[in-house]
Design a protein. Sequence first.
Lengths: 450, 351
Amino acid sequence: MSDLSQTPAHPTASHSSLLTQSERTKRRNAAEKRFKAYGATAIALGLAMLLVLVTTIVSRGSGAFQQTFITLNVELLESKLDKNGERNIEDIKRVTTFGYAPLVKTAMQTTVEGLGIETSLKAKQMAGLLSKNAVAQLRAYVLENPHQIGETVEFRFLAQSRVDGYLKGRVSRDSIANDKNISAAQLDLVDTLIEAGVVEKTFNLGFILGADASDQRPEAAGIGVSMLGSLFMMLVVLALALPIGVAASIYLEEFAPKNWITDIIEVNISNLAAVPSIVFGILGLAVFINYMHLPTSAPLVGGLVLTLMTLPTIIISTRAALKAVPPSIRDAALGVGASKMQSVFHHVLPLAAPGILTGTIIGLAQALGETAPLLLIGMVGFIASNAPETIAEGLLSPNSAMPAQIYEWAKRADPAFYERAWGGIIILLVFLVTMNTVAVLLRRRFERRW
Amino acid sequence: MSFVKLTASALTLAAVSATAAIARDQVQVAGSSTVLPYASIVAEAFGENFDFPTPVVESGGSSAGLKRFCEGVGEHTIDVANASRAIKEKEIKACAENGVTDIIEVRIGYDGIVFASDINGNGFEYTPTDWFLALSDKILMDGKMVANPHKTWADVNPAFPAQALQAFIPGTKHGTREVFEDKVILAGCEATGAFDVLLATAEGDSDKARHKAAEKACIALRTDGVSVDIDGDYTETLARIESNKDGIGVFGLAFYENNTDKLQVATMSGVVPSTESIATGEYPVSRPLYFYVKQAHIGVIPGLKEYAEFFVADEVAGPDGPLSEYGLVADPELVETQDAVAAEATMGGNS
């Protein structure tokens, strides 16, 4: 070892010092620094995109949660609503919503005159500030309270979408120059009515709880009923995909012999997970609707289709969770005399449960945001049903789903629907973020490492 | 094992609900996206005023709707097809093959097709000839049919500004496309004399076949990206115009009237499109809108006949009704339509 100092094996090593960096080290360090910078830039870019996305969504969608209302006292004229005066519900039902229009018109006129507002507008134009939904609201109220015919009742009607847009800054006097739905004189009246406190913008519960509305009354459209549609679909997915998926993976992982048949099944499950969702929609149309004659537009069918879509996700994550349970647990259980089934259900499955749950929630979140397969089974369209009253009705009566409703709104002509589409996105995102957070929390809380 | 039980109960639940699903109690409608807003307005009012559930209205285009309509008779098929054009012989035949024989045709009114561009761009005053010269695959030049060389609107018509040619027209699955071809491109083809040249060189056994071949050659549009087919809805066309300010889009009148803050409308042959000018027939590019009802479903699906009658009732489809407020041009012969619906008169008059 004495000759080491005289003739070094590595001549460069003798010149290197811990204090000064060699050319090579410098280069390597620089490369590392560059790589770190790339990574940081990528993340910064991603975050910036996310920020842009979230701010766009919130700024465009938050308006949907507020709505303009007009408060009016409406005299429920007996001469219009119940000519016989017998309060027979069948007689009252015979008056359609068109028969209620004069009442609203008169109420608007009396309110404006009562406030002493000078305006050149005719009664019909004044009533034009109200939503077309007002007559429907009035008729529904009268049918529920027929004894109040003849009295004067205070109502909070929705304002039409242009008036609402004016209060939200979406509509201005310039933008309505060619608009036949509203005139500058009507906006002047709105200004005075705001001062009088008749017109006001408040929180809009109707958007969160309500049903879809037609193209003429975007102000009345809500996402509530389609939210229920999504909920029922998720129930179906949960009730079918979770047990089937877990049972399939337990069998494949713990019981099935390892041979070419199980290999093929395994490969195909992975393939299924990658199949575009629209394919499942076509399958659902062919099998569930055309062959099994299940009702179209029903959340049951939607749920079945989404079950097919979610199954591979659940099976893959369940198998991963089962695999993660160490064999020693199984061996110990078998060693003390448990049967194979007992060892799986008493020991392996409980330990794999957090992983299974996480996989299921992520699968559900994926299914919740899915629109394409619903397109083919009739769940995208104008579906303005009332909120279902029973579970069977919820599963079978036509309904939409949240993403389908958003897509539908984004297609419509009136710009007010656009705002609601963004509002719907906010609600959908809240659901998705909540579900994913729950999944992460569950994993953190219960996951065991060996 | 709880999982086994859960699976069993879930499957039972699915089976039970499947058997309970035999009776459908709401009307199912599908078809033209132009008719969709009108149908949804009617469906909404129908649900409010009757004890029947609100009908479900899907869109997808006239052809797609009629195809589903002709799939057969039964509760799993739709009851009503909306269309922005009349049903074709071919479709009636396809219907009959699947057992859909008695079809009630209901004309609800007229709709205008307008040409609109970005509100801050140039305004245009078109004639069908301009559109033919702008979009046709081959145009007549010095007595010969040559590939369309035009690049800007100024090339088409010296009176126009030198704005790049870019048109967003409805895709072939839309009924609007046919009206556009018939009333604009074909009219322009005939006006420029290209039709006669094409007719002279057209091949065919009979006069009729030659005529058809010439018409087909007329409506062939250029495929170099100047004319873009939009398969989605008018919102997509609007989005394209917003991103490409040179673009001219083809819209329904009702859609334009809801977006007057973003779009400016062009005149056609000197007439400004409006419900009035369409009603009088001055504005040339308009077409009737229809819906088709399966007679076999009347009495089976509750509320189907009531829906059809309500749709064409005076207070709905009449000149003061909500539909014309939204942009539909009321049909002057509405009374006859009402009678036909009440009598369930099917096409071919076999009722």
